[in-house]
Design a protein. Structure first.
Length: 327
């Protein structure tokens, strides 16, 4: 295998707090090992269009605390075509890039796997998504920050709920994964938590709210993951409850993309720093098609395809705790 002398780094898919910290880690690890580094703007689309710039240790000053990504992000339909991937490969050759670090989620990793198979190009993935839905790591970059953002928002909503004796449905992000909803719901003391992994049913939710009312609760919070399997969106859920429990005054709050922004927590900054170092060192050791992640607080490498296809299961013990806490 050709010796790795130049590594490129990119962020792809949805942004997540901690991506800048990971970029910084990759660039500075390259500098430490006297390896050149380039940044690719706008993910795979920027790679196709040749939007690459040299990065040095000083290029990433004062970004560890910033949300979003200085390299920008974009979804690329063109990269899904053979022609698009060929352009991407030619641009990497043009800039003498020997290996690639992809910071993103399952879509970004899927593109990386295909690209590696077609061109045998060394790739290491760093999981960056608030959804925490990647197998092979207990935490993805941005998840801890999004979780804390959600808990803080729910705490503030509870103040209003308590003041006006209202029931609030709070929708959090997570796509088809309920990690944010479950953990934020437990952390914020929600009366009910609805997640994609479990179809708890509408009747159970009604019974839970009735029980809360009987035991003297005049206000309640129901946390709903955006991928919940009740078959109704959060506004339909609110209408359903108002029709069946008219004693409740119901309001809806959708937290939306505010969960993807903001300064990353210390946990995400440290995780990004650790994963960036590991990603570069794996490439320098001739490794490829792997994702670096965290297990039992140790950095581990997982086959990139397994990370995509594997399932990151919800914590059943936390589900049990949630049931007990809603008593």
């Amino acid at each position: 295998m050709r010796k790795v002398k130049k590594i490129a780094v990119m962020t792809s898919g949805g942004d997540a707090p901690g991506m800048n910290a990971a970029i910084r880690s990759v660039v500075r690890t390259c500098a430490y090992y006297r390896t050149e580094c380039m940044g690719i703007y706008r993910g795979y689309q920027g790679l196709i269009e040749g939007d690459l710039v040299p990065l040095t240790a000083r290029s990433v000053n004062n970004i560890i605390h910033k949300g979003g990504t200085i390299l920008k992000s974009a979804r690329s339909k063109e990269f899904r075509t053979e022609e698009g991937r060929k352009k991407a490969f030619e641009n990497l050759k043009k800039h003498n890039v020997d290996a690639l670090v992809v910071i993103g989620g399952d879509g970004s990793f899927t593109g990386g796997v295909v690209f590696n198979k077609e061109y045998n190009f060394p790739i290491i993935g760093i999981p960056g998504t608030i959804d925490n839905d990647i197998s092979g790591t207990s935490h993805t970059l941005g998840y801890d920050t999004a979780l804390n953002t959600a808990v803080e928002a729910i705490d503030k909503i509870r103040d209003t709920a308590s003041s006006h004796n209202r029931l609030f449905f709070v929708e959090v992000m997570g796509r088809d994964a309920g990690f944010i909803a479950l953990n934020a719901g437990v952390g914020a003391g929600a009366e009910e938590i609805l997640i994609p992994e479990e179809d708890l049913g509408l009747e159970r939710m009604l019974e839970s709210l009735k029980k809360s009312r009987r035991t003297g609760k005049s206000s309640s919070i129901v946390v709903v993951s955006e991928g919940d399997k009740t078959g109704k969106n959060v506004f339909e859920l609110a209408d359903y409850v108002e029709k069946n429990l008219p004693e409740y005054e119901v309001r809806v709050s959708v937290l939306g993309h505010m969960q993807r922004g903001g300064s990353p927590t210390c946990f995400d900054r440290v995780l990004a720093s650790r994963l960036g170092v590991s990603a570069v060192e794996l490439l320098l050791d001739g490794k490829t098609n792997l994702m670096v992640g965290l297990k039992d607080n140790k950095v581990v490498a997982t086959d990139l395809e397994k990370a995509i296809k594997g399932q990151h299961d919800i914590d059943t013990e936390l589900l049990r705790v949630s049931d007990i806490m809603t008593t």
